[in-house]
Design a protein around this ligand. Structure first.
Ligand code: SF4
Length: 247
């Protein structure tokens, strides 16, 4: 890939499960507010979720958290099954979704092993008090549309425009922070890192290089499926196991 290859690194060891990323994503991307009724009908809608799981046996049991969003796969199972090419991989390494092309067959969602695509089963409604908080840079999707994490593509586009007016690259230090998706900005523990894997100078490239070595912590989700995800996870550091190993 010649241009950028946007991707993310998620350091599971740092996640405290606070859900700030979930709220930031909802606010940035005009994600409809779910209600108990819809939720009970299994109609979830959130572009990033934080899954909780337990490790250990009582009483030495610990809660663990793992944020999961669209993995922007290099070989995405959602793409070939869409009959109208509403979802495809662009030349920046993003798996994009064209809302006005989507006809709502939901084949993509059925074929996504990560369960990160969400269908608008109802016409979105916001309380009067929240009308002014809708983000004008992001489309308000109507009923019948499939949607999912875009790595906040509106921020990438805005940063590129600003950088090009200043005669710089979007990945220059000055612009780097404004590229970050809302979830990355909001995370209080710096669990999430966003950047260009094609740029050898980027933080994500350096982390990938370091953590992919033999004793590194890098892994991708459901690696055996060969989806070639653009999101790399760093596994939890198990202090107890390390202490045992080092006597
Ligand atoms: S904001 Fe950061 S620490 Fe909180 S749940 Fe999300 S990824 Fe985890």
């Amino acid at each position: 890939m010649a241009g950028e290859n946007w991707g993310m690194i998620v350091d599971v060891d740092k996640c405290i499960g606070c859900q700030a990323c979930v709220v930031a994503c909802q606010s940035e991307n005009n994600i409809p507010i779910n209600e108990e009724k819809h939720f009970n009908e299994r109609r979830a809608i959130e572009w990033i979720r934080v899954e909780r799981y337990w490790e250990g046996e009582f009483p030495d049991v610990k809660a663990r958290f793992i944020p999961i969003m669209c993995q922007h796969c290099g070989d995405a199972p959602c793409e070939p099954v869409c009959p109208v090419f509403a979802t495809y991989r662009n030349d920046e390494g993003l798996n994009v979704q064209i809302y006005n092309r989507c006809i709502g067959t939901r084949f993509c969602s059925n074929n996504c092993p990560y369960h990160v695509r969400f269908f608008n089963f109802w016409e979105p409604e916001w309380p009067e008090s929240l009308h002014n908080q809708l983000n004008p840079d992001v489309t308000v999707r109507s009923r019948g549309i499939m949607e999912k994490c875009t790595f906040c593509i509106q921020r990438i586009r805005r940063t590129k425009r600003t950088a090009s007016r200043a005669g710089a690259d979007a990945t220059d230090e000055e612009f780097e922070r404004s590229l970050d998706p809302a979830c990355v900005n909001a995370c209080p523990t710096e669990t999430l890192y966003f950047g260009d894997f094609n740029d050898p100078e980027s933080k994500v490239s350096a982390m990938k290089e370091k953590e992919s070595k033999r004793d590194g912590r890098a892994y991708t989700m459901l690696e055996n499926l060969g989806t070639n995800p653009g999101v790399i996870y760093l596994k939890k550091i198990d202090k107890h196991a390390e202490d045992v190993a080092h006597g």
